[in-house]
Write a protein that binds this ligand. Structure first.
Ligand SMILES: NC(=O)c1ccc[n+]([C@@H]2O[C@H](COP(=O)([O-])OP(=O)(O)OC[C@H]3O[C@@H](n4cnc5c(N)ncnc54)[C@H](OP(=O)(O)O)[C@@H]3O)[C@@H](O)[C@H]2O)c1
Length: 225
């Protein structure tokens, strides 16, 4: 059976954007939401937007998580711990979780250009503590703007993938490379997610100062692919 990718919190701009790109690449997507009808509506909208044979369904977050092989977390940091506690007994063994969460101060009413301090070091490391044994995690996609993920134009951005698990790193790398224009880079251990997450706060500031929605990152001196 073809693998399923759940995008939890996928009704928002980042999750819907990733669903759009991964469905266009032929992946079977299940959008997750706190409310199943909201996820189903988002799935319908995306299918209509993409057309053709796009495989996108909608479900509540727990139903989406229970049936997936890969889960992408695309919800605000303020909701991450509660959701992962709810899902602790739900995951299939071997599930790979890909965390996109940026712990912006905006998530607790502060500035979108500042980070909040996370005891574990990063949102991804905080998430890792809340996953059961047998479920692995990679951090990726933090520096990809939701606006650029809409549509199908190539995206001029590197995606840094951080993980302590080789399989999770490989899967996240392969998914990132399916987005036209994107180069996936080995970002090292999961602890490096704290650096990658904070780059997003800088990118948001650049977007504001330059009045764009498209700031991204490219690293030089590395192989093209
Ligand atoms: N936007 C970007 O350009 C961008 C870029 C890189 C990374 N990110 C990261 O990606 C994540 C999602 O970004 P976004 O802009 O799409 O966020 P968002 O619109 O604020 O939230 C995404 C979805 O999360 C769900 N949600 C909201 N609060 C929640 C809570 N307390 N508990 C559980 N679910 C909750 C909502 O879905 P339901 O109401 O349907 O449950 C919402 O539609 C964030 O962590 C962000 O830092 C965003």
């Amino acid at each position: 059976m073809a693998r399923k990718i759940a995008i939890l919190g996928g009704t928002g701009p980042e999750g819907s954007g990733l669903a759009n790109r991964l469905a266009r690449a032929g992946e079977h997507i299940v959008i997750g939401s706190r409310e199943a009808p909201r996820a189903q509506e988002a799935a319908r909208r995306l299918c209509a937007h993409i057309g053709g044979a796009a495989k996108i369904e909608g479900a509540d977050n727990a139903t989406a998580a229970a049936q997936c092989d890969i889960a992408v977390l695309t919800l605000p940091f303020s909701g991450q711990a509660a959701l992962l506690k709810q899902l602790k007994g739900v995951w299939k063994p071997g599930t790979i979780v890909i965390d996109t969460t940026v712990p912006l101060a905006a998530t607790v009413g502060g500035s979108p250009t500042r980070m909040i301090g996370v005891w574990q070091g990063s949102a991804a490391e905080a998430a890792a503590e809340l996953l059961p044994a047998g479920v692995s995690i990679a951090a990726a996609f933090h520096n990809l703007s939701a606006e650029l993920l809409t549509g199908d134009a190539p995206i001029d951005c590197d995606v840094l993938v951080c993980s302590d698990d080789e399989k999770a790193k490989q899967v996240a790398t392969e998914l990132a490379a399916k987005i036209p224009g994107v180069r996936a880079l080995n970002g090292g251990k999961l602890e490096n997610a704290r650096i990658v997450e904070s780059i997003t706060a800088l990118l948001i500031g650049l977007n504001i100062r330059y009045k764009v929605h498209s700031a991204g990152v490219r690293f030089t001196g590395l192989p093209a692919k």
